[in-house]
Design a binder for this molecule. Structure first.
Ligand SMILES: [Fe+2]
Length: 301
């Protein structure tokens, strides 16, 4: 990883991270003797090094590596949808039919993911059904991955707020100063809380600890995904409160992706998102595809 940091993390990147942590990131890079616990695809590693910017460094490094991959090996800069996707983390199109438009869809997914998955319709869940019945943890804002990764939906029914559409915070996929500040607050708080319980958690992941930690902290506080804390809770689904919290980090307000049947949405799920809480009894039907990128270690590409 040290080699990758040298190759991809510029002086400006280091200054950016240091300005969020108030700690010279060069000292962290020097201090870490064993990078093994951090050299994997885990969404977040519990570590005392978070205070010094470890999660920010892993996130920014993954972003730089994947940007390079898509732009140098997948000619992303020649793909007209890529500019919009890189800037906002979101592509919305209308009147899309998975059968008719599959070649175009395969092409943009491969470009955005920086990978040739040999996509075929078999990889798509063409009959995804989500029925709203009370609160679900997906109704609260969260970040699925620390590395750029896509998810795709094509609505199979008209989608208004009542049906529980996908919601996305445009631009929140990029590791801007605002996003890094949010990640710093979430990652340090989680690491601090878990390391207070036991030092044995150092270098571990929530995935590995879930059976032990599930009883130690309330639901939502310890899930593999980092979640937005709104009014001191990880379980908020109130759009007003959520937008107020997003504004406090100088991030955009969320955009609910409503639209008619055939609306396509591709989002980078390293950005903040959630499922809008629709009316009980409402249904969202869609074609869905989920990234394989997040199962890969971006530091071993
Ligand atoms: Fe998610």
């Amino acid at each position: 990883m040290k080699k990758l940091i040298k190759k991809y993390i510029s002086k400006q990147d280091k200054a950016l991270i240091s300005s969020v942590t108030n700690y010279d990131i060069n000292n962290l890079i020097h201090e870490v003797k064993d990078w093994t616990p951090f050299n994997n695809n885990a969404k977040h590693i519990i570590t005392r090094f978070d205070k010094k910017g470890m999660h920010l460094l892993r996130s920014l490094l993954a972003e730089k590596i994947i940007d390079d991959l898509r732009e140098s090996k997948f000619n992303a800069l020649q793909c007209s949808e890529y500019t919009e996707f890189k800037e906002t983390g979101l592509i919305i199109r209308h009147d899309i039919d998975i059968n008719k438009d599959k070649e175009w869809i395969y092409k943009i997914i491969s470009t955005f993911e920086g990978s040739n998955y040999g996509l075929s319709l078999r990889n798509f869940n063409v009959n995804n059904i989500i029925a709203t019945s009370g609160y679900d943890i997906q109704h609260s804002p969260h970040i699925d991955t620390f590395q750029p990764s896509c998810k795709l939906w094509i609505y199979k029914n008209d989608m208004s707020l009542e049906n529980g559409p996908f919601c996305y915070v445009k631009g929140s996929h990029r590791n801007s100063k605002e996003k890094l500040s949010l990640l710093y607050s979430l990652s340090t708080e989680r690491s601090r809380k878990l390391l207070n319980i036991s030092n044995d958690y150092e270098g571990s992941t929530i995935g590995r600890l879930s059976s032990q930690t599930s009883n130690l902290l309330p639901l939502g506080e310890v899930t593999a995904s980092l979640r937005l804390k709104v009014n001191n809770s990880f379980k908020s689904f109130d759009p007003k409160d959520i937008n107020k919290t997003l504004r406090s980090f100088n991030l955009n307000e969320e955009t609910p992706i409503t639209g008619e049947t055939g609306t396509l949405c591709i989002a980078d799920i390293s950005g903040m998102h959630r499922r809008f809480k629709g009316l009980d009894g409402s249904v969202r039907r869609s074609v869905r595809w989920s990234s394989l990128r997040r199962n890969l270690n971006p530091f071993s590409l």
